[in-house]
Design a protein around this ligand. Structure first.
Ligand SMILES: NC(=O)c1ccc[n+]([C@@H]2O[C@H](COP(=O)([O-])OP(=O)(O)OC[C@H]3O[C@@H](n4cnc5c(N)ncnc54)[C@H](OP(=O)(O)O)[C@@H]3O)[C@@H](O)[C@H]2O)c1
Length: 298
């Protein structure tokens, strides 16, 4: 470990989100050490007006890790946490802050069992980024994350200070995280249609999206989120304003035949609803179809 002015930073999972954060850190001289599943000599982020190459190599063998880090960003998918467990054990000590760059509202619950001695900091990741066939990552918006107002957040704020990835800290993180979850849940409809954001311009899809979001909103409120009645329509409006070809990571996974984050993005709404006795007729249709698309059989 190093000093708090110059923290030792590791990043697990150099995909779309991981590469973006690694590039933001590298650009200001805080290059993280990168750990992943696939070997790469370097990472490359492309964006409007430029690109950043992050030196590697990406390390792929947890047995070769030599010490722990002050800050570990985890940017594997929620479906990949179990497989990434050897990295977590190797990289995290009892003062390591583990910042989870994932969608979902259960990041702490999911990660904490793997790092019992380290504080786990959830985040909301707001930017769209996609992996390209040449393994570079295309950042399609302004990089921004939101963190809860906890002592550990200062470590991430310091690491990302003056980088192209801005950080907000909010007192009511539950509401922000559920708002993003509503967005993720409705993006799951793209998987069922096999279409990108342009599909929300159809009146029938917009109507379905709105009804699904209203169902999710009731569950979010039962879980303690303070979100107004206007939120479902705002989210539909946002999807209608996106470029028609803008996808979502769960659609990219479906099209590549990879497992889907259906449980952390959609199943969670149904599970939470059950614990509050809230009926979820739309989730009851959407969730099994996403689960089957992800996990089969058939
Ligand atoms: N992409 C977006 O626009 C976006 C926006 C907001 C939030 N998110 C969320 O951010 C999270 C990350 O998504 P993403 O789109 O960045 O995913 P991704 O591009 O698939 O990146 C995941 C990375 O983790 C690596 N990985 C997989 N298993 C691993 C293991 N066992 N050990 C180490 N590394 C491993 C993958 O390696 P390989 O190269 O071998 O696959 C890949 O580099 C997800 O929860 C997603 O929902 C994504």
């Amino acid at each position: 470990m190093t000093t708090s002015e110059n923290p030792a930073i590791a990043l697990i999972g150099p995909g779309a989100i991981g590469t973006t954060v690694a590039a933001a850190l590298h650009e200001v001289g805080r290059t993280p050490t990168i750990f992943g599943r696939s070997a790469h000599e370097h990472l490359e982020l492309r964006f409007d007006g430029g690109h950043i190459v992050v030196p590697g190599p990406v390390q792929t063998n947890p047995a070769e890790v030599e010490g722990t880090f002050d800050l570990v960003f985890v940017a594997v998918k929620s479906t990949q946490v179990d497989a990434a467990a050897p990295w977590l054990s190797a990289l995290c000590g009892n003062r390591t802050v583990v910042c989870v760059l994932q969608n979902g509202v259960e990041q702490k619950t999911l990660l904490a069992p793997y790092v019992p001695d380290s504080p786990v900091l959830p985040s909301v990741v707001w930017f769209p980024a996609q992996r390209e066939p040449d393994a570079s990552v295309w950042l399609r918006g302004k990089a921004r994350v939101t963190l809860p107002d906890t002592p550990e957040s200062s470590v991430v704020l310091a690491a990302l200070r003056d980088t192209r990835c801005s950080v907000d800290v909010v007192a009511d993180f539950t509401s922000v995280a559920w708002r993003k979850l509503l967005q993720n849940a409705v993006a799951g409809l793209m998987v069922l249609a096999g279409r990108r954001a342009g599909m929300y311009s159809r009146a029938d899809v917009a109507g379905l999206a709105l009804a699904y979001l209203q169902e999710c909103l009731e569950v979010a409120r039962a879980e303690g989120a303070t979100l107004g009645d206007e939120v479902p329509q705002e989210i539909v409006d946002a999807f209608q304003s996106y470029p028609a070809d803008l996808g979502t990571s769960i659609l990219a996974d479906r099209q590549a035949g990879r497992p889907l984050e259906w449980d952390s993005r959609n199943g969670v709404v149904q599970r939470c609803a059950r614990s509050h006795g809230i009926p979820t007729p739309i989730s009851d249709l959407v969730v099994p179809l996403l689960a089957a698309a992800s996990d089969g059989p058939g």
